[in-house]
Design a protein around this ligand. Sequence first.
Ligand SMILES: *Cc1c(COP(=O)(O)O)cnc(C)c1O
Length: 387
Amino acid sequence: MSDVINVFQPSLGEEELAAIAEVFASGWVGYGSRAEDFQAQFAAHIGVPAENMIFINSATSGLFLAVELLGLGPGDEVVLPSQGFVANANSVLAAGARPVFCDVDPHTLNPGVADVERVLSPRTKAVMVLHYGGYPGEIAEIAALCRQRGLPLIEDAACAPASAVDGQRCGSFGDMAVWSFDSRKIITTGDGGMLFVRDPSVARRANRLAYHGLEDRSSFTTAARVASRWWDLHVEETGRRLIGNDMTAAIGSVQLRRLPEFVRRRREIAETYDGLLRDVEGIRLPPPIPTGHATSYYFYWVQMPAEVRDQVAENLLGRGIYTTFRYAPLHHVPIFRGVGELPGTDEATRTTLLLPLHQRLSDAEVHRVAKEVRRAVEGRLGALPRT
Ligand SMILES: *Cc1c(COP(=O)(O)O)cnc(C)c1O
């Protein structure tokens, strides 16, 4: 295992350990002041008010809650790219609404505004988009389209904690957004996520629904705030239990502080791959980053003829280099009942391979990956029958 190069890997160390030790010593490990601090720090990083940000236990929890907050259900359609995470479609289907899949550009794997517009119908009640590999995509244009049509926009910014368009952070374009701190993400808390809700009264409702429907969550850390009988329940709407805790928040605060350094290293690695792979026959590098856009460099993907892609992945695994593909297209999953052709999605699905990209890769490992990719692709292409 130790000499297999992973696609994703966290950077957790002494600072995070020290932060957890402090939480242990404080005598309180549940949702408390550290969770509130992390929420406020993350909100400041995104550029939105702290009251509108909620620290939760996963991005998926946030997507399900967002769909619930919008009151989506039977008869409603939600437009989302097939090239997305399974939780995107699950959150829609679980509410009884119908996921309607749009296509993506086969090179960026993000939907263009035209792809979204093409599948809108009178039954469309919301749009949900992600930022493939951290690339913002046409998020500003998609947000403008949604505003113009009066459609709520949910941004899945799981891959995009540091992404921006003209200085505006991804996740702040729509009405709600989620980020993920899952173990494979750029900043991780083991499990965790953030939910942004733009409308202040909906944000207050989101806070209640994230914790049993209770009106005032602060009473469980500081009983002194309540005059008497602080154990009484004030519930007007059923809720669930989606909040994070002070241990994961303490890790999150350290990781957020390190985010610029992580992104700098990831960018360095991406640019090294670009340089080393540029002249490999049959390989297409990731798309250029449009002027004004900033990516988080979550994925580094190369594209190659479909006839060789799977074998290249297998050869690389045999050489100790793990690669993968995200995301298996949702319109081919029977439960989501996708209909119609999505040529851009299908092309990307057959040709794309994600290479290892995480901030702990050494220069030697990056060079080794590039060398093996060159060998695998040129070897497979050379073996193809000439047409
Ligand atoms: C990882 C990921 C998620 C899920 O995040 P969790 O925190 O594990 O729920 C959602 N959307 C996208 C695009 C992701 O990459």
